[in-house]
Design a binder for this molecule. Sequence first.
Ligand code: FCB
Length: 471
Amino acid sequence: MANDASAAFDTLSPAVFKGSLADPFTPPADSSLWRKNFLLGAATASYQIEGAVDEDGRLPSIWDTFSATPGKVLAGDTGAVACDHYHRWEADIDMLASLGLEGYRLSIAWPRVMDAAGRPNRKGLDFYKRLLNRLKEKGITSFVTLYHWDLPQHLEDRGGWLNRDTAYRFADYTDLMSRELAGTVDAWATLNEPWCSAYLGYGNGHHAPGLANDRFATQAMHHLLLAHGLAIPVLRGNDPASQKGIVANIGRGTANSDSAADQRAAHLFEVQHNAWILDPLLKGEYPQDLFELWPGTEPLVLDGDMRTIAAPLDFLGINYYFRTNVASDGAHGFCDVPLEGVERTQMGWEVYPDGLRDLLTGFKKTYHNLPPIYITENGMASDDKVIDGHVDDTQRISFLKRHLAAVDQAIKAGVDVRGYFLWSLMDNFEWAFGYERRFGVVHVDYSTQKRTVKRSAELVAKFLKERKARV
Ligand code: FCB
C-alpha cells in the first residue's frame, strides 16, 4: 500500500533490523505453505516496470503526466524507461521461471491497448498475448489486473474517475481484453487498490491525477467500484473458465490508548481503509461511519449501483504492508501517532505481521460471504546494494518469513487463503518515491538494466524446489 505520506517524502528513519537468520526462510514442517496447491508467486504492475511509454501506439497515462510535473515524484523520476520490461520481457519471464515461482501477477496498461476512440491497438495487445502465452508454456499461473492506476490521460481530461462515464469506458476496455485474451488468463482482477486511486489520487493528491478533496475521493471511489461491478459480468461472459476478483489494500489501525476516543479512532481508521471498499463489495452498502469521518461527502449513487458493485466474486486479492497507530484528533477523526522503537522498512513503514493475521480473521467474522483470498501483494523496501555480485537482503528474508507465518496462522484459524504474491518480482518505479525505494526480490541496476537475484529470492526458490520434490 503506497503510503499517504508520500508527497512529502517524509518517512520515519528505519530502525536497524536485528533479527536472527539461523533458519533463514524455510517454513516449519506443519506450515500450510507446504501444501502444493498454495500458490506462491510474484507481482508487478505495468507502469512500474514496462517503460516504452510512447512506443507502438501507447497513449499517455495520468502517471506520465503526473511524474512529469515538478515536485510530484522524488528526484523527478518517471516511468519512461523503468525496468525496460517491454523489451526485456522474455528474459524476465525466464528469470521468474528459474526461481520456480508458480504464479505471476501483472497488469495491463489500458493506454497501450486501446486508442482514444475505443479501438484496439494491435501492437499493444500482441505484447500481452506473447507474454501470457509464454507464461502458459512455462506452466505459470497468471493473475492479470486490468487497472493498476495508469488511466489513459484522455479519460482524465474528461474528468477521470470523477466522471461516471469512465466506469462504462472501463467496461468496454474489459470487454476488449477478455475477448482478446480469453483462455490465456487464469485469474482476472478488475482494479488494484481502489483506495489508493480514490484517496491518494483525488483525496489528498499524492498520486495521479493529484486532486485533493474528500468529496472527490468518495465520488471517485464510487465510480471505481461501479467500474468493477460492471466489469465482472463482462468477464464472466467472455472468459467463463477464469477466476474473477478485485485487489484491495488493507490497513491495520491500532489505538494509542484504551480511551474510548482512541478506540473509536482506530475503528474509524479501519473503516476508512477497509470497510469503505469491502462493505460495498461484500454487503452492497457504504459504511455510514465513513460519513461521520468526512461529513457531507456522500457520493451520488444511482438506483441499482450497489447491486452492481456487490456482484459475487471468485476471489478477493489482499495487499498488506503495515499498521498505523492512531489516536483521536479531538474532532471526528483520527491522527497517526508513530510508535517509537519499532522495526521499520526503507519506506518508514512498521513491520507488523500480526496485523495481516488479525485483519484476515476479522474479515471472516464480519463478512459471511468472504470469498477465497489471495495475498496479491506483500513485501518491503530496503536500500539494497550489490556487493561482489550478491544482494544480502536480510531484513526482507525475515519480513517474508514472518508474514508467511501470519498467513499460515490465519489459514489455521479458518480463513481460506489460497496463495501469496511477493511484491515485487524486481525493483521498480515506486510511484511518488521513484526508483529510490527497492521492493524487488531481484535487484535492478537502472544504468545497465542488469538484474541480480537477491538472497531472499534464492531462499524462496530453494523452498519451492524442496516443496516440489516432496512426494
Ligand atoms: C501498493 C501498490 C504497488 C506498490 C506497493 C509498494 O500500494 O499496489 O504498486 O507500489 O504498494
